[in-house]
Design a protein around this ligand. Structure first.
Ligand SMILES: [Zn+2]
Length: 201
């Protein structure tokens, strides 16, 4: 982040890649620099206490819950730095809100999933990455099956809903090589294929 003027950093990656840790690190750094820091999260994310953002390594900071992105610029009026977590869950107005904050000279750090469990673009994260001033920080997790570089969020259930709040109980971080076989196994493709293979010609 530059020392003066607006900036926009977008932190993306699959689940378990440390996005919230990186967001909190940026916020703590700004607080040490005597800047006024506001953390925002969508009201949908109920994994943690309502007014805290906690990373997986156990560090927490106070945050406000926002149900509409239209509330963000007014809420941020008296702050220098605005951190936004789980941004994929916000309505499409998040892009306009971030542009408004930038125009007002704020430093903005956004964290979110760039793709969902099917590898489709998630919410407005791709649109945020297309803001020309955005700096991209792309994080990777450790693959929970081979300990390689995980880029994908694998949902253990066959539910197709894009939004299904969960943690390690519902999701795994997987690498490219492990993801395909995991999906096939989950969906029973392998079982059907092997059943066909044993049918006599
Ligand atoms: Zn793997």
């Amino acid at each position: 982040m530059s020392t003066r003027g607006p900036s926009l950093t977008v932190i993306v990656g699959c689940m378990f890649s440390g996005k919230s840790e990186e967001l909190l690190r940026c916020m703590k750094r700004a607080a040490i620099a005597q800047l006024r820091v506001l953390l925002v999260k969508p009201a949908i994310d109920t994994r943690n206490m309502a007014t805290r953002i906690c990373s997986r390594d156990g560090r927490c900071m106070d945050a406000i819950n926002v149900s509409s992105t239209a509330e963000i610029p007014a809420a941020a009026a008296t702050y220098d730095v605005v951190g936004i977590d789980e941004a994929q869950f916000f309505d499409p107005g998040i892009v306009a809100a971030v542009r408004t904050l930038y125009a007002a000279g704020k430093r903005i750090v956004v964290a979110g999933l760039d793709t969902d469990h099917r590898d489709d673009p998630f919410g407005s994260i791709p649109a945020l990455l297309c803001i020309p001033e955005a700096d991209l920080v792309r994080l990777r997790a450790v693959c929970m099956r081979c300990q390689g570089e995980a880029t994908r969020t694998f949902r253990k259930s066959t539910s197709q809903a894009q939004v299904e709040i969960g943690d390690g109980d519902k999701y795994e971080a997987l690498c490219y090589a492990c993801y395909g076989p995991a999906v096939a196994e989950r969906d029973g493709t392998l079982e059907r294929a092997s059943a066909r293979a044993t049918v006599p010609a």
